[in-house]
Write a protein that binds this ligand. Sequence first.
Ligand SMILES: Nc1ncnc2c1ncn2[C@@H]1O[C@H](COP(=O)(O)OP(=O)(O)O)[C@@H](O)[C@H]1O
Ligand SMILES: [Mg+2]
Length: 255
Amino acid sequence: MTVLSVENLSAGYGKAEVLHGVTLSVDQAQIVAIVGPNGAGKSTLMHAVMGLLPRQGQVSFIGQAAGEVGWMVRHGAVLVPETRALFTDMTVQDNLMLGGFARWSQRSRPGGRQAESPPRLDLAASMADVFEVFPRLAERRRQLAGTLSGGERQMLALGRALMGQPKLLLLDEPSLGLAPKIVVDIFRVISALRDRGIAILLVEQNARAALLLAEYGYVLEMGRVALHGPCVDLASDVRVIETYLGRKRDARLPG
Ligand SMILES: Nc1ncnc2c1ncn2[C@@H]1O[C@H](COP(=O)(O)OP(=O)(O)O)[C@@H](O)[C@H]1O
Ligand SMILES: [Mg+2]
């Protein structure tokens, strides 16, 4: 089943168009990777899909045309941005509660879809679920987010996204700044989330790791899709190897 379908999407900042007619789709229980150099428009693509930037073209989510800002969140899409934007002087537990609350409050807005059951109960269940995926967050539930290691912060950012029980996760460079060993842990979790049926759009500069993890990939260059295909094909494409894989020049690349 197609969860996200993007057709001919253009977006930018003011008069500067950054994305030029991008078309892609993500299925349920599928990881789709977007790789490409710095400045290619990967983060812009994520923001445009979420409705956070003015855009042209079509975005549809589970068969419905996506609406104004907030529509995607309300319908179960969550963006985990590059910056991880945690509340550093709040505890792990409170950061998670806020993640869940973001979706519940959107849902129960006047005119929005009503929650089927009391939010409090669902938040508790969601949190138990998140702690099952990330036992480390459970151990540190009362610790301030600002005192976590880089890897733990990324886990918290992912855990917070899971609190909304998303159908689609948009992950913007989850490996950024993390040691190779931690990247392996994070990628293992992302793969487990896919196995639970979540559709995942994964932006990565770490092309080697992303193409190993994802099923399908798009190479974004200067705001356009330069190449796309099953990751096994991309990983053996001469152009991709020369530009994005090469020899192991990048110390961040695991394996
Ligand atoms: N807030 C912004 N205002 C103006 N230009 C921006 C903004 N954010 C990004 N850009 C520009 O858009 C282009 C694509 O950026 P971005 O989407 O962040 O690329 P990537 O995530 O692939 O590194 C770059 O040229 C960048 O300078
Ligand atoms: Mg980016």
